[in-house]
Design a protein around this ligand. Structure first.
Ligand code: 6R9
Length: 647
């Protein structure tokens, strides 16, 4: 096959996992998962080593997912204490500020350990203990990692909320998790613009159902003015400085919760994805070491935000559990210009770089010059995550960014999976642009048809996983039934990913995108139902239908059809007001790209909105509407086609 990028020989010769290792270990991992994962578990430092390894059933009535269930450990000890003897003076985190003229900072493992211990002690002094929930709403600063690890140290369950979410979204997450404490900052800084984090928290905590929060810790970051509401609000420094810089870690069972992270699904409010301590940490660490071919001297940079799962697993837990040097970048790829990423690479001699296709596509539009004016000689491996990468962007990433020298790992996974499931191992698996290639150890993907029949050979259908892996989510926080219904009821006995995929004649997987009502906007998951609920909350909106459409840079954009309450008039002002309303309800990341007035929506006679038709109109393919004979009123379609928005 011509479009194959073989593993470069030099890379293969030094790789952590070679071709023969992959083939042998993968075979063992699926033949005898207990033996395989018992051995893998030795990567972590356990207070009580596990003797029970895999305990899983996907069957209704007998449903359980447990890994290492009699083991005990502490995640922060694994990420910090155990490195002190050998890596105490090694840089754990490099902080690159938004402003390129500001000084970067280097935090050693010893310093990070002390900072985590001080905050952990402070949290205990504020009455936070094992099992309590803590909401973290911080910019990409070192304190975000410190806060996560301090929670882990005392057994508190963190729930990080991305800084691009609004007050309403914070309130939803605080309410659902029952958080006792919130850690935020005065303001964030992105691309020179201030983000009013503390003000958003203040607004969130005025909303009903948020009284569980007793304390708000505020990191002084930009120095901007904030309202401090005493005694609820405390300056982070005032509470943390003066605490002892050692702190007894909590003994956690492997199956004790580590964190909750909210993510969008096809129905209702975002789900609280719950991950536990042992399996998650092992899976994040193991994949980070194998997929990124981690070596002691690497400088590793993942450009994700800690508010997403990629930041959890591949900025904080995986890299730090492995004793790596990880870079945290506060800013955005386009500030002050399109060369920023590569300047940061040169400045810190980054060797491994992991980003999202949307960033690559955006930078590609600015041409090769902003890349070529930098050296990038330190780079040896590139990664991609968050959405399918189109072959054109893959080749540009490979040829222009990586000077045709660096392998690319296209890593497929989800918030729910905790870590990477399908990916090339860079020293073992030849790449094909646009394919996530083959499964990681222990992962058993399959493709099923609509009826759930497993397909053989080259085929296309829905992607399922036939067995568990240690990093799998354990439940939807507070809603075991929703967990089972969402992931295990569509195809009994299998985990349904919500993604479609194709498998080629070499057994390589090509993820084709979501097959449910989830839109992937710049790698961020947004449920159409969430945007619709936000729109209908507006008093002038009677009904709304939201679909995704192909977008050159974002992958997918958001297209909203809105029917007004009788008597209300369509106007450009109202259109702007509705977009602003969605930003307020969910956050800027959910802003519709296009909003079209819909005097009527295409519905079946039983009243179901036919999104298939709305998607085709949004993507400007009115000749592909398909069967419209079941429509209650076919005339609404003509008027929608005629008034379509966008290019
Ligand atoms: C890690 C993360 C998960 C959804 C997933 C899929 C899409 C992620 C991908 C990819 C194709 C890749 N996705 N990585 N699609 N190729 N390499 O992104 O988690 O935010 O939960 O999104 O993202 O559709 O189902 P999350």
């Amino acid at each position: 096959m011509s479009d194959l990028y073989p593993v470069p020989e030099g890379f293969a010769a030094q790789a952590n996992v070679g071709k023969a290792d992959y083939e042998r270990d993968y075979a063992e991992s699926v033949r005898d998962p207990n033996a395989f994962w018992a051995r893998a578990a030795q990567r972590l430092e356990w207070m009580t080593p596990p003797t029970r390894i895999r305990d899983v059933s996907y069957d209704r009535g007998d449903f359980r997912i447990r890994w290492f269930a009699d083991g005990e450990l502490n995640a922060s000890v694994n990420c910090l204490d155990r490195h002190l003897a050998t890596r105490g003076d090694k840089t754990a985190l490099v902080f690159e500020p938004d402003d390129p003229a500001a000084e970067p900072r280097h935090v050693t493992y010893r310093e990070l350990h002390a900072r985590v211990c001080r905050l952990a002690n402070a949290l205990r002094s504020l009455g936070v203990g094992k099992g309590d929930r803590v909401t973290i709403y911080l910019p990409m600063i070192v304190e975000a990692a410190v806060a996560m690890l301090a929670c882990a140290r005392i057994g508190a369950v963190h729930t990080v909320v991305f800084g691009g979410f609004s007050a309403n979204s914070i309130a939803d997450r605080v309410r659902d998790s029952g958080s006792k404490l919130v850690i935020t900052a005065d303001e964030g800084l992105r691309g020179g613009k201030k983000v009013p984090l503390k003000a958003n928290v203040d607004a969130a905590l005025k909303l009903p159902g948020t009284t569980s929060v007793e304390t708000v810790l505020v990191v002084r970051h930009t120095g901007g003015a904030v309202d401090m509401q005493m005694p609820r609000d405390r300056w982070y420094d005032a509470v943390v400085d003066g605490q002892p810089d050692s702190c007894e870690p909590e003994r956690m069972n492997a199956e004790d919760p580590l964190f909750i992270l909210y993510t969008s699904g096809s129905t209702g409010k975002p789900k609280g994805v719950l991950h536990t301590t042992g399996g998650y940490l092992l899976y994040a660490a193991y994949t980070h070491w194998a997929v990124f071919d981690l070596k002691e001297d690497d400088v590793y940079w993942c450009t994700a935000d800690v508010g997403w799962v990629t930041g959890h697993s591949y900025i904080v837990y995986g890299p730090l559990a492995n004793g790596a040097t990880a870079l945290m970048f506060e800013g955005v790829p386009s500030y002050p210009d399109a060369s920023r990423f590569w300047q940061v690479v040169d400045r810190h001699k980054v060797t491994i770089f992991y980003t999202a296709p949307t960033a690559i596509r955006a930078l590609m539009r600015d041409g090769d010059e902003p890349v070529k004016r930098t050296s990038r000689a330190s780079l040896r491996l590139l990664g991609s995550v968050g959405e399918p990468i189109n072959p054109e962007a893959w080749r540009w990433y490979h040829e222009v960014v990586g000077d045709s020298r660096c392998p690319i790992v296209d890593t497929w996974w989800q918030t729910e999976t905790g870590g990477i499931l399908i990916t090339p191992l860079p020293g073992a698996i030849d790449a094909k642009p646009g394919s996530a290639t083959l499964p990681f150890f222990g992962v058993r993907p399959a493709i099923v048809d609509a009826a759930g029949n497993i397909q053989e050979g080259a085929c296309e259908g829905n992607l399922v996983l036939l067995d568990s892996w240690p990093g799998q989510m354990r439940t939807v926080y507070g809603d075991d039934q929703r967990f089972f219904d969402t992931y295990f009821s569509t195809y009994p006995g299998m985990y349904f990913t919500g993604d479609g995929a194709r498998r080629d004649e070499d057994g390589y997987y090509w993820i084709t995108g979501r097959v449910d009502d989830v839109i992937n906007v710049s790698g961020h998951r947004i449920g159409t139902a969430e945007v619709e609920s936000a729109l209908v909350l507006h008093p002038k909106v009677a009904e709304a239908a939201v679909v995704g459409f192909p977008h050159d840079v974002k992958g997918q954009g958001i297209y909203a059809y809105v029917t007004l309450v009788a008597g209300e008039t369509e106007s450009d002002e109202l259109l702007k007001e509705l977009v602003a309303h969605v930003r307020k309800e969910i956050g800027p990341i959910a802003s519709p790209d296009f909003l079209q007035w819909a005097p009527g929506l295409p519905k079946t006679r039983s009243g179901k909105i036919m999104r298939r038709i709305l998607r085709k109109i949004a993507e400007n393919a009115p000749d592909q509407l398909g069967d419209t004979s079941t429509l209650a009123d076919p005339s609404v379609v003509d008027s929608l086609v005629k008034n379509r928005q966008g290019a």
